[in-house]
Design a protein around this ligand. Structure first.
Ligand code: ZN
Length: 138
């Protein structure tokens, strides 16, 4: 992993030591906290929706049923779902020992960026490129 950046001009944002296991543990805790908050918020909005459509609900609803869980997952708004997926991927990457590397250029993602957005898969430069492209499509 570190070998890929050898010989290149150091970047102020990426020219840092690899993440220590303590830092990884902190980032993981951050991701898990975000995940819990997201699921909770999604559950609350789902409960509100369900209170609104009680009339449309079948008489017997087992809240622990697979159907309920499936509909919960389906009803997660696109954005929330996307975010949840990203969090899961990031946690998986920590487990696999590949966390903190940009998916585009394979450079290490800066610490500050990871602390602010641990679920990110792109370094700041690739993210900016992507946003520029997205703007151009509008
Ligand atoms: Zn990159």
């Amino acid at each position: 992993m570190a070998a890929s950046s050898a010989g290149k001009i150091p970047d102020p944002d990426t020219d840092e030591e690899p993440l220590s296991s303590g830092e990884l543990a902190e980032l993981r805790a951050l991701l898990e906290a975000k995940r819990v908050a997201l699921v909770k918020a999604a559950q609350e909005s789902l409960e509100q929706d369900m209170m609104l459509d009680t009339n449309e609900m079948p008489d017997e609803v087992d809240l622990a049923s697979t159907e309920y869980i499936q509909s919960f997952a389906l009803r997660l708004r696109g954005r929330e779902r996307h975010f949840l997926d990203k969090i899961d991927v990031a946690i998986q990457k920590i487990e696999d020992g590949v966390f903190g590397t940009c998916e585009e250029c394979e450079e290490e993602i800066g610490r500050k960026r990871l602390a602010a957005r641990p679920e990110t898969t792109l370094c700041i430069r690739c993210k900016e490129d992507q946003e520029r492209e997205e703007r151009d499509f509008r």
